[in-house]
Ligand binder design. Structure first.
Ligand SMILES: [Zn+2]
Length: 103
């Protein structure tokens, strides 16, 4: 009975940790479509060509920019990197916690 509880907690913890790691790594690893000329507006999320659109919303994926300059950035936004690293660290910490708690 007690052992069963510990095992299910362990499995649940590892599953959550795996999910955090997967999402974090996906944020860090996935790349956008090849960079276009810097003077062409592109969606920072999906790479859709936004030349001629009105407003700050991507017509393909619905991404809404805070500022039009985002459409001209070719780097991954810092927030995406921070979130990715945070998720990976959280996932690893959870693994460590679960493994240590299981001893
Ligand atoms: Zn888009």
């Amino acid at each position: 009975m007690f052992a069963e509880t510990i095992t299910s907690t362990l499995i649940a913890g590892l599953l959550i940790a795996a999910a955090l790691l997967a999402i974090g790594l996906a944020l860090l690893v996935t790349r956008r479509p090849a960079a276009a000329a810097a003077n062409e507006p592109r969606c920072p999320e999906c790479g859709n060509d936004l030349a001629g659109i009105q407003g700050l919303r991507c017509t393909a994926c619905g991404y809404t920019a805070w500022h039009a300059s985002e459409f001209y950035q070719r780097r991954r936004p810092a927030a995406r990197i921070v979130l990715g690293v945070a998720l990976v660290v959280a996932g690893l910490a959870l693994v460590a916690l679960v493994v240590l708690a299981d001893r």
